[in-house]
Design a protein around this ligand. Structure first.
Ligand SMILES: Cc1cc2nc3c(=O)[nH]c(=O)nc-3n(C[C@H](O)[C@H](O)[C@H](O)COP(=O)(O)OP(=O)(O)OC[C@H]3O[C@@H](n4cnc5c(N)ncnc54)[C@H](O)[C@@H]3O)c2cc1C
Length: 602
């Protein structure tokens, strides 16, 4: 371990704070902090986060982290790779999936060495449990592959990473909102020069100059109303990259997790089904037996969510309005429930008033995970097209698309992804900054953000942010959820165009500088509108059904025409209200190594 050179003191010029760090990491969730643990000891590193690090959404993750440790059953990384590829409906880049599955073992051991208190087997090994789509021998039967700490695995990961960042003396800038990426030029090549952040407590602007910038800003589930995602998951990082004219990959693929609490969307981890919970319709039937006879309730999420929606559509939904199904754990021993699923059973009691020991819990699919995002290669380097790297710019975690999840992520593969590719982003950034020059900043680097913030703060329009956000989320739930058609996607396209117009006429009540969350929610809504539009536009274009994207008007997978990634680019007049006037779609080949696409049966 080398000692990083100390960062120069920050300076203030014309009211703007200037900082210089070799590596600037945006986001202090699992991916950002895993990168920081590699970067911090080897280069001057700043981690900027709009949340206090331990409030990042990684901390809400419940069920587990996949790795073929084979601690309790025969397993190996090759089966894990196959499951990941098949689970992603063959849109996965197989070279990346191999890395994910191989490096999973060390990723878990790294966390164990950092002090993470995993659940243990009686012999003292890290215990493992079942999760959807993870199988032995290429689909023969479910396998215990998920390492876990009760149903608080993400909480433990986040706390462990944070403690280790503190140990390494990483510089955190908490409650700083990054609102822009500054690009500059070296030898005719566009590179990142730094980022601009808004300090929540003061309203001051900060310029962070960096030789390398890593985006680890998480997902954007808040484009939907019914979602497991926290209020803050508004896709800022993905939105910033988009506005820079860099592409976004596979945005049409959003995962709907089968078991959100009905009416609320709060997640009940798949760990419940991993421990033996069963989905039942109004007739008490274990309906998944009909759809996935081999692995039943542990089929991948896209399949289970669709089966649930089908049961409800065909009149077998439960409850007074026949609009949900049940998750039944009443047959499990209460001691097992308390030991392995304490948090989620408490959610059912608190939010629905249901006692999971004795009553089935009403559940419905909930928007959960963005498979798409900022395209990267396996070194976590951001791509400006299908092959060209933007030197010095990295992305990892849910904001990135590498793509290990293809069109549908397997449960427990995201906590894995943030560790494997967060670590890679950190290491590769360290190598990069060793002999990379500083990219000169423009004269007034904060000009764009100052304008953005002032426009919102002093806006005197008539539209309210909460109203516009609700209309967006309602329409996304209605039109771009588990089932989609050209008609529903057209409808939401028009809703978004209308909302973009109305967004020009907003006002925020708080005109102040300190803790102005009104102002930031307005800016976040801007990102949500941009990203929802790319999701819908990409979904409208993809005339097939694959993974999380199900088109009722094109209900089958079409490998001949659509075994390709979608690459969306912002072009033309960004302010025109019609998506087709400012989004261009292209395709990118899928990397296939060992597994030719097959019919996906479970
Ligand atoms: C309820 C729930 C349960 C889950 N359970 C599991 C599970 O059991 N297993 C599994 O594999 N996956 C699970 N997932 C998915 C997984 O937790 C996430 O995909 C993953 O943790 C994302 O990590 P991340 O580091 O990419 O982002 P996050 O943890 O979301 O962190 C994002 C960071 O970016 C920062 N940020 C964002 N915007 C800005 C900005 N503008 N300026 C500055 N900072 C910014 C935030 O402050 C935050 O620190 C679950 C997800 C949810 C919602």
């Amino acid at each position: 371990m080398t000692t990083p050179s100390p960062a120069p003191e920050s300076t203030i010029v014309d009211g703007i704070h200037y900082h210089q760090h070799d590596i600037v990491i945006v986001g202090a969730g699992g991916a950002g902090m895993r990168a920081a643990i590699e970067a911090g000891p080897n280069a001057s590193t700043a981690v900027i986060s709009k949340l206090y690090p331990t409030r990042s959404h990684t901390g809400a993750a419940q069920g587990g982290m996949a790795a073929a440790l084979a601690n309790v059953e025969d397993d190996n990384w090759e089966w894990h790779t196959f499951d990941t590829v098949k689970g992603g409906d063959y849109l996965v880049d197989q070279d990346a999936a191999e890395i994910l599955a191989k490096e999973a073992i060390d990723a878990v051991l790294d966390l164990e060495n950092m002090g993470l208190p995993f659940n243990r087997t009686p012999e003292g090994k890290i215990d493992q449990r079942r999760f959807g789509g993870h199988t032995a021998e290429h689909g023969k039967n479910p396998v215990r592959r998920a390492c876990y700490a009760a149903d608080r695995t993400g909480h433990m990961i986040l706390q462990t990473l944070y403690q280790n960042c503190v140990k390494h003396g990483i510089n955190f800038f908490n409650e700083f909102y990054v609102l822009d990426l500054i690009m500059g030029e070296i030898d005719g090549e566009e590179r990142p020069a730094g980022v601009i952040a808004y300090e929540l407590s003061t309203g001051d602007l900060h310029v962070f100059q960096g030789k390398a910038v890593i985006f680890a800003t998480g997902g954007f589930g808040k484009i939907y109303k019914t979602t497991s995602n926290a209020h803050t998951l508004t896709g800022d990082g993905v939105g910033i990259i988009w506005r820079k004219g860099l592409p976004l990959e596979d945005m049409e693929f959003f995962q709907f997790h089968p078991t959100g609490l009905a009416g609320l969307g709060i997640l009940l981890s798949e760990a419940a089904r991993g421990e033996g919970a069963i989905l039942r319709n109004s007739e008490g039937e274990r309906f998944m037996e009909r759809y996935a006879p081999t692995i039943k309730d542990l089929a991948p999420r896209d399949i289970v969510a669709r089966c649930m929606a089908t049961e409800i559509r065909e009149g077998r939904g439960a409850g007074p309005h026949k609009d949900y199904v049940y998750l039944d754990i009443t047959h499990l021993d209460p001691a097992v429930i308390d030991a392995k699923l304490p948090d989620i059973t408490e959610f059912a009691r608190t939010y629905l008033g249901v006692e999971p020991y004795t009553e089935p819990v009403p559940v419905l699919p909930t928007a959960h995970y963005a498979m798409g995002g900022i395209p990267t290669n396996v070194k976590a380097e951001v791509l400006r097209d299908n092959t060209t790297v933007v030197p010095g710019l990295y992305a990892a975690g849910e904001c990135a698309c590498v793509s290990v999840h293809g069109s549908n992520r397997l449960g427990t593969n995201s906590l894995l992804d943030i560790n494997v590719f967060g670590k890679r982003a950190g290491n590769n950034a360290v190598e990069f900054v060793k002999d990379a020059p500083w990219v000169p900043l423009p004269d007034d680097p904060a000009a764009f953000v100052r304008g953005l913030v002032d426009d919102v703060r002093f806006a005197t329009g008539t539209e309210r942010i909460a109203t516009l956000r609700k209309e967006l989320q309602d329409s996304m739930d209605r039109n771009a959820q588990v089932f989609r058609t050209e008609e529903t996607l057209d409808e939401v396209t028009h809703v978004i165009a209308d909302l973009r117009e109305r967004f020009k006429n907003i006002s925020v009540q708080d005109k102040g500088k300190r803790f102005n969350t009104d102002l930031l929610e307005a800016i976040e809504l801007g990102f949500l509108l941009d990203l929802a539009e790319v999701v819908v536009y990409s979904a409208r274009s993809r005339q097939e059904s694959r993974g999380g994207h199900f088109r009722e008007d094109y209900p089958t997978r079409d490998d001949e025409n659509w075994l390709v990634h979608t690459m969306a680019y912002l072009t033309g007049d960004a302010h025109s209200s019609l998506a087709g006037d400012h989004i261009r779609l292209d395709t990118k080949p899928v990397v296939i190594t060992n597994y030719q696409p097959m019919e996906r049966k479970y």
